[in-house]
Design a protein. Structure first.
Ligand code: AMP
Ligand code: ZN
Ligand code: FE
Ligand code: FE
Length: 300
């Protein structure tokens, strides 16, 4: 696809955010508007396992001079270790990708149903159908939606308090869900013309993380880069990720992982430099950038 020309002034690029199509709290249009207000010129929309927000983000981006990078954050795993794989610029009609996202969402649904059932048996005021009704159709449901239901019911003060207790990975209420092997996902993303970038690779607070050797194997299979700058990376994690990108010659990105009011992360809290974004655009061929053309976004 055409590569954006270098900017007179470098644009603000935030490549990883969530809308209410997954566990963000703003609609795709509101998210794009908020990004424009926050000075973001290039926004990656990367809902969990769903691309339903692309069309609305495209329209909002065109109206507000924000360039939208269509993406998705896939739940994947390497030998049982959860790995979030960002997929940018995939062909939205690629059958294998469409099927993969549907499969992950299906497993997420049955897993969430079980978590809610067990919580309800133990007296927590949650009901799966009520959560679905509250979230709307086609939304990728996750633990944040259960957390919000418990907050609405007055059982907990906020999402964090629920994640720290009953929804924590070590809680007896926690249920795993199936996820594809990261290696398979990386190959499918590439085959769909997309660019696979590993999200927050060294964010240890989320649980076990994979080794540098495992990342090298994934790079050999087509992984195009790592998210270097992320709110869940401390200085050491960031340094490790940056050094690994340099050594392996892959793209290093930076992003906020903004979830609206669902998390404290602020838009553009971490950003991607233009050169890394240009490399990403050079690699992606599955679909064009959405929203405003980059030059227009830069002129705003
Ligand atoms: P799940 O994918 O259903 O297991 O839920 C995990 C998702 O919940 C992560 O990808 C985050 O987006 C979100 N999350 C994790 N911890 C928190 C937290 N403390 N507060 C709000 N959202 C969180
Ligand atoms: Zn999320
Ligand atoms: Fe993630
Ligand atoms: Fe995310």
């Amino acid at each position: 696809m055409p590569v954006p020309m270098p900017a007179r002034e470098a644009p603000v690029i935030d490549l990883h955010t969530h809308s209410s199509c997954s566990d963000g709290t703003q609609s795709p249009a509101d998210l794009v508007h908020a990004a424009g207000q926050a000075g973001v010129q290039v926004l990656g929309l990367t809902d969990h396992d769903v691309i339903a927000g692309w069309a609305a983000a495209d329209a909002a981006g065109a109206a507000t001079r924000v360039t939208v990078v269509p993406g998705v954050e896939l739940s994947t795993q390497v030998v049982g270790i959860s790995v979030h794989t960002l997929a940018y610029l995939i062909d939205p009609l690629d059958t294998a990708m469409v099927d993969l996202m549907a499969a992950i969402r299906g497993h997420r649904e049955s897993r969430l149903r079980r978590m809610v059932q067990v919580l309800a048996v133990d007296g927590y005021p949650v009901d799966y159908e009520a959560i679905v009704a509250h979230s709307g159709p086609g939304v990728t449901l996750g633990r944040p939606h259960v957390a919000d239901a418990l907050v609405r019911a007055g059982s907990f003060p906020d999402r964090d308090a629920v994640f720290a207790t009953v929804l924590h990975g070590s809680s007896p209420y926690y249920v795993h869900h199936w996820a594809p092997q990261t290696l398979d996902a990386v190959q499918l993303i590439r085959a769909a013309g997309g660019v696979p970038i590993m999200a927050h690779p060294f964010a240890r607070a989320r649980g076990r993380t994979i080794t540098q050797h495992q990342i090298e194997v994934l790079v050999d299979a087509g992984l195009a880069g790592l998210e270097v700058h992320h709110p869940d990376h401390d200085a050491q994690d960031t340094r490790r990720a940056a050094e690994l990108c340099r050594r392996l010659g892959v793209i290093g990105t930076g992003s906020s992982d903004y979830h609206g009011a669902g998390k404290p992360n602020r838009l553009a809290e971490q950003t991607t430099d233009l050169q890394a974004f240009q490399r990403l655009c050079e690699l992606g061929s599955g679909t064009p950038l959405l929203g405003a053309p980059l030059a227009q976004a830069q002129a705003s």
